[in-house]
Design a protein around this ligand. Structure first.
Ligand SMILES: Cc1cc2nc3c(=O)[nH]c(=O)nc-3n(C[C@H](O)[C@H](O)[C@H](O)COP(=O)(O)OP(=O)(O)OC[C@H]3O[C@@H](n4cnc5c(N)ncnc54)[C@H](O)[C@@H]3O)c2cc1C
Length: 302
């Protein structure tokens, strides 16, 4: 029997979408802790339309989908993630646009770039977030907090892509932010608009520098193999509770509590995701046993 021309058999469920999708992408490359397994599929769409095609395909085929921002608040297990991970690193997702007193930012923009752009433009309200690592998307979804201010308090509008691939604009009562929490858990945040206050850039720069010094004195500097363990409970800090409970010397495998700030875990060379998870649980148990307080993990376990 005569055979017709061979039709290419797709290797992934995304091959006909016209995007670069990689398989078995090591997620350790994209997280602050630098550990964890691979994503079955990974892509960095070039624009909202391309993102929409991926999101819709995942929905149609029942493929789990996650977004990775700066990777500063996630712990990936050694088994990795059996689905699609998208990263909004393309220029279209990273734009920052000042329209005084508002400012719009793409979800892929670094939070530090947004804070600097606001300060340079003489717009205040974000400078307390100066030391928070990660992206605007991660900060909006997790309502990042600095000293005395959160991002959610300034967010007026969020563009979110639904599992159908359609983008919805949410504002007002449809947005809810609480301490380190938002109700934006049903899609991919694409961008947001914030409303800020006018202030002299010189004064703002001074304030931001002060904040920066405070943040740097409290946070592990330079090291990328760290993560914040717990949310601060109302009226106190997780750090002081861990210290009071005698948790600062705890170590599990190659994961230990950061000596200079007891609310951070450090992943030493050879550390596994199980070590980090074990340490977070050990510290949590110590605080529970000694102080009767149940700490809520800040780091998200994938
Ligand atoms: C040294 C250090 C200091 C820190 N200091 C602070 C601090 O002062 N205050 C504070 O609040 N936090 C702090 N954190 C925690 C962390 O930086 C914040 O939670 C940050 O906002 C996470 O942003 P990210 O882009 O890295 O998110 P990721 O870690 O990449 O992701 C976190 C979660 O957000 C989701 N996500 C990310 N982008 C999107 C998107 N576009 N759409 C939908 N979901 C998305 C991810 O799927 C994941 O569920 C600190 C962490 C470290 C390591």
């Amino acid at each position: 029997m005569k055979q017709g021309p061979k039709t290419a058999v797709p290797d992934t469920p995304f091959d006909d979408l016209g995007l670069a999708v990689s398989c078995h992408e090591p997620l350790a490359r994209h997280t602050w802790l630098g550990i964890g397994g691979s994503a079955a599929f990974f892509c960095e769409p070039v624009d909202v339309e391309a993102l929409g095609r991926v999101v819709k395909r995942c929905q149609e085929r029942g493929i789990p989908l996650r977004v990775i921002g700066g990777g500063s608040n996630i712990l990936v297990p050694a088994s990795g993630f059996a689905g699609m991970v998208v990263r909004l690193s393309a220029p279209q997702f990273c734009a920052i646009d000042v329209q005084r007193p508002a400012i719009s930012a793409g979800a892929g923009a670094k939070l530090v770039h947004l804070v600097s752009a606001a300060v340079q433009a003489g717009l205040s309200g974000l400078e307390t977030l100066v030391g928070v690592p990660g992206t605007v998307g991660g900060a909006v979804v997790g309502n990042a907090e600095g000293h005395g201010g959160d991002l959610g308090g300034r967010v007026r509008e969020v563009r979110i892509m639904l599992p159908t691939g359609d983008v919805e604009v949410r504002s007002g009562a449809r947005l809810a932010f609480r301490s380190r929490w938002s109700n934006l858990d049903d899609g991919v945040v694409v961008g947001c608009r914030l409303e800020l206050d006018e202030e002299s850039p010189a004064q703002l720069t001074k304030r931001m520098q002060k904040e920066w010094i405070v943040q740097r004195s409290e946070q592990p500097s330079g090291a990328r193999s760290v993560a914040m363990m717990f949310k601060d409970p109302h009226g106190t800090t997780a750090e002081s509770l861990v210290n009071q409970a005698g948790g600062r010397d705890l170590r599990v495998g190659e994961a230990s509590v950061y000596a200079a700030h007891a609310n951070y875990v450090v992943a030493h060379p050879g550390c596994s995701s199980d070590d980090v998870r074990g340490l977070v649980e050990a510290v949590r148990a110590r605080v529970r046993e000694r102080l009767g307080v149940e700490l809520t993990p800040q780091i998200e376990m994938w």
